[in-house]
Write a protein that binds this ligand. Sequence first.
Ligand code: UP5
Ligand code: MG
Length: 219
Amino acid sequence: MIGGLFAKVFQRVPSLLYRVSLMMKPQVVFVLGGPGAGKGTQCSKIVESFNYTHLSAGDLLRAERAREGSESGQLISNYIKEGKIVPVEITINLLKKAMEETMQEDAKKFRFLIDGFPRNEDNLQGWKKVMEGKADVKFVLFFDCGNEVCIDRCLERGKSSGRSDDNRESLEKRIQTYLQSTRPIIDLYEERGKVHTIDASRCVDEVFADVKAVLDKEG
Ligand code: UP5
Ligand code: MG
């Protein structure tokens, strides 16, 4: 009787372990789009309704820039102002650390929105090198928005954001970087059938209605 019970429990251990190990593997949605397309705004709304943790690569870099004793602070500062993409070694370490810390705090928090990354080929290679096999990229949420709308939104925000790159000069560079380096990455995922494109030029709630429909379907 007791032997039978043990046998049953032990039979289930491998499947339980398998399920736990699946649970522990981070599930990632890359959130991409031009500067000011509304990535951060929509990620905040997603977090309110779905079990995701929002990690903005730009926010992590800005925090590292401000951290006392940071060896990369000055480099990050220059890159951001010039709208250039910071070398991936810096960004990937910040993302990995943030993911690990989140999951160490609460193992159930294994779903991540990675906002503003990967932005170029270097980012993609860095992700592959460090994270391939350790995290699953489910799909890309692409906030598609015209350049003029993007610029206007950032300039408007620039009146109060204090961001060193919310000015016309930096914005023109950010848009160029986006078109030349980030769009090809989105296209690459598109070819693999992994992109959900959202028309981000509409008002916040209309955009979110489409985002919600995607997440309801994809989980
Ligand atoms: N707003 C938002 N949605 C709106 C809507 N539907 N209608 C009207 N207004 C809307 O929104 C921008 C502004 O628009 C806000 O005022 C908002 O209220 C309004 P936000 O949600 O902040 O847009 P987002 O797409 O997040 O814009 P952000 O400026 O953050 O995008 P970027 O991609 O340019 O900035 P990020 O912080 O990701 O990166 C900054 C820099 O960091 C990069 O240029 C680069 O130098 C560096 N970086 C790297 O080097 N590597 C990385 O991996 C990431 C960043
Ligand atoms: Mg943002």
